[in-house]
Design a protein around this ligand. Structure first.
Ligand SMILES: C[S@@+](CC[C@H](N)C(=O)[O-])C[C@H]1O[C@@H](n2cnc3c(N)ncnc32)[C@H](O)[C@@H]1O
Length: 253
């Protein structure tokens, strides 16, 4: 699909530096069938200073959040994942033009990348803003927020790490709230704590985060909903119970 967002300009994405493509990764080894850790990549090594905290944005669109927030936090490494080629290209060109060394764009499916490639405990924050709502019931399985996704988020987050979510879509919000209620229940393993959303420093006056979609939907007068899920530690006893639980639902999507 062409969105024509480049307006006919040649965009320079600094391939292999700002714009990372999955062709640069080694293929997933056969061993992942038995050992999920066999395909992990240390994405922090893609940045000049890999020791900085690492944050991930899923579905970066034109990259507005990354450009605004990463400029205010040069001591944090940000990876934006975008599967639509035109948006990925546009965002990477924009990051290169701003000469930002703490932001990288990856062109792939973020949920699969998280599941197969991201190491445990690597990430401080996962940002998910105005994720596609897939309103038709038969397309709900395409929504980013699923049990498998939340399980992966929990695994890749640092202790006390956070998932930050904003949406304009009421039905998708209802779906998210059902998931949050289960994943924040006291007897759920692994578990999150739900907190009120806190606006990032880069949000403008009256904005929740200040992405392109937020600005567009605000003009249309749509209301927004937002939440933070904070990772809770897995007690050893719970971890044992979980690994012996037959037919783990969160793995079956
Ligand atoms: C509605 S747009 C929001 C873009 C941006 N976050 C904003 O608020 O302006 C959702 C974006 O997520 C991207 N996207 C959806 N699912 C994705 C996935 N699984 N992996 C990577 N990108 C995804 C879409 O291509 C689209 O650019």
């Amino acid at each position: 699909m062409s969105f024509g967002i480049d307006r006919g300009k040649d965009l320079d994405i600094a391939p292999g530096v700002v714009a990372i493509s999955p062709e640069e990764f080694p293929p997933l080894p056969d061993a992942v069938a038995d050992n999920p850790d066999a395909g992990r990549l240390d994405v922090r090594s893609w940045f000049p200073d890999p020791s900085l905290p690492f944050e991930l944005e899923i579905g970066s669109g034109k990259g507005t959040f990354l450009v605004q927030q990463a400029a205010l936090q040069p001591d944090v490494n940000f990876l934006g994942i975008e599967w639509a080629k035109e948006f990925f290209t546009y965002a990477a060109d924009r990051i290169r033009r701003h000469r930002m060394t703490n932001v990288r764009m990856l062109h792939t499916d973020a949920t699969e990348f998280m599941h197969w490639r991201l190491p445990d405990g690597c990430c401080r924050v996962v940002h998910l803003y105005f994720s596609d709502p897939w309103p038709k019931k038969r397309h709900h399985k395409r929504r980013v927020v699923q049990d498998r996704f939340l399980k992966d988020v929990h695994r890749i987050l640092e202790p006390d790490g956070e998932l930050r979510i904003v949406t304009d879509h009421m039905d998708y919000w209802g779906w998210m709230e059902e998931h949050f209620a289960r994943w924040c229940a006291p007897d759920h393993t692994p578990r999150f704590e739900r907190l009120p959303f806190e606006r990032p420093e880069s949000a403008g006056d009256g904005e929740v985060v200040g992405t392109n979609f937020e600005r567009k939907y605000r003009r249309e007068g749509r209301p927004f909903n937002a939440a933070i899920l904070r990772r809770q530690p897995v007690e050893e006893r719970d971890a044992e119970q979980e690994s012996s639980r037959p037919g783990d639902q969160a793995n079956q999507e």
